[in-house]
Write a protein that binds this ligand. Structure first.
Ligand SMILES: [Zn+2]
Length: 299
C-alpha cells in the first residue's frame, strides 16, 4: 500500500490554492487578483476556513473538520464537526514534533475523498501565504483509520514538507525564482544553506536531478529512478528530492530498519542534521518506535 498511495501531492494541490505560497506567474496573478477584489478580499489562507479555501476549490477533497493551530496547539474548530480521527492524529503529530515547530501550522483538518486523486492522497500540506510562513496540513480521514502505522509515517512525512519550506529554507519571491542558482522546486528557490540543498548534494546528482520536472510529477519517471537507485524508500520517494527526504525522514523518526546501504546512508544523514533527531527521540518517548520497513525496494 505504501507505494500505490501518494502521501501528498504538494505541488499539484498547491497550485490550485489562492494563497498557495507559489510564486509561479500563474499563482502570483491569482494572489494579486484576490488582494484587489473588494475590501474584505485580502483574506489570507489562514483566515479562510471554508470548504473552498481548505480544499483549494477542489471538490474531490470534501473537508469534514478543520481546526486552527494557535502557537503550536490545536485550537478551535473552524469548519465542520469535531472528528476524533483528526484530533487523535494531531495528538500524534504533536507527540513527535517540537512545539515551536508546530507553530508553523495555522490549520489542521481532515477530508473525505470524493474522487480518485483525493482517494490516493493520504495527506497533504500547503502553504497559506505567499512567503510560506504558515501552513495547512490535511489528513485523509478514511485512510487514517485503515493503518495506524501508516498514519504515523504519513504525519512525519508531511511535517517534513513544512520545515523544509519555511521562509528560512525556501525563497518564494519571483526575483529569487528568476535568478535561482540552487534548486527551483516548483514553488520557490532553496536558500544555499537550506536543508534540502544538503540533501540534494548528498543524494541527487546532476543527472538524477535533471530528470525531474519540478512543475509536474511523473509516476513513470519516478519508477525509472527507483529501478536504478536502491537508496530510495520506495518508488514514491523517487518522485523528487522532497519526497525522497520526506519518506526517509518518516523512516528515520520511527526507526525503520534500513534495507539497503543507500537507505542506511539516508538515515545517517538525517541523524547528523541539527534538530532532526529530536523528532525520533520524541517518537521513542511516546512508545511509537520501531515500525516495520514495508517500503517496496528500489534498485
Ligand atoms: Zn510528500
Amino acid at each position: 500500500m505504501l507505494d500505490s498511495m501518494r502521501r501528498c501531492s504538494l505541488l499539484a494541490l498547491a497550485v490550485a490554492w489562492t494563497f498557495a505560497g507559489c510564486s509561479t506567474e500563474t499563482d502570483s496573478a491569482t494572489v494579486t487578483t484576490g488582494a484587489t477584489t473588494g475590501s474584505d478580499a485580502v483574506v489570507t489562507g489562514s483566515d479562510d476556513c471554508s470548504q473552498e479555501a481548505l480544499s483549494g476549490d477542489d471538490p474531490q477533497f470534501v473537508f469534514t473538520s478543520a481546526h486552527r493551530v494557535v502557537d503550536g496547539e490545536l485550537g478551535a474548530l473552524c469548519f465542520g464537526i469535531e472528528d476524533p480521527t483528526i484530533t487523535s492524529a494531531w495528538g500524534q503529530l504533536a507527540a513527535i514534533t517540537p512545539r515551536e515547530q508546530l507553530s508553523d501550522l495555522a490549520l489542521f483538518g481532515g477530508f473525505e475523498p470524493d474522487g480518485a486523486d483525493a482517494a490516493e492522497t493520504l495527506a497533504f500540506v500547503n502553504a497559506l501565504d505567499a512567503d510560506g510562513a504558515q501552513f495547512q496540513m490535511s489528513v485523509n480521514t478514511v485512510e487514517a483509520t485503515v493503518d495506524p502505522d501508516e498514519l504515523l509515517l504519513t504525519l512525519a512525512h508531511e511535517f517534513s514538507h513544512v520545515f523544509t519550506a519555511t521562509p528560512a529554507q525556501l525563497d518564494r519571491t519571483d526575483e529569487a525564482i528568476d535568478g535561482c542558482d540552487t534548486y527551483f522546486n516548483g514553488e520557490g528557490c532553496y536558500l544555499g544553506d537550506a536543508l534540502m540543498m544538503g540533501w540534494i548534494e548528498a543524494f541527487w546528482d546532476d543527472a538524477l536531478l535533471a530528470s525531474v520536472d519540478p512543475l509536474e510529477d511523473s509516476v513513470e519517471d519516478a519508477d525509472a529512478r527507483c529501478a536504478i537507485e536502491p537508496g530510495f524508500f520506495g518508488p514514491y520517494a523517487a518522485t523528487n528530492p522532497e519526497e525522497d527526504f520526506a519518506e526517509a525522514f518518516s523512516a528515520f523518526v520511527f526507526r525503520l530498519e534500513p534495507a539497503t546501504d543507500g537507505q542506511a546512508e539516508r538515515l545517517d544523514w538525517i541523524g547528523q542534521q541539527p534538530g532532526l533527531a529530536e523528532f525520533r527521540e520524541r517518537a521513542d518517548a511516546a512508545g511509537m518506535t520501531p515500525l516495520v520497513n514495508n517500503f517496496v525496494l528500489c534498485g
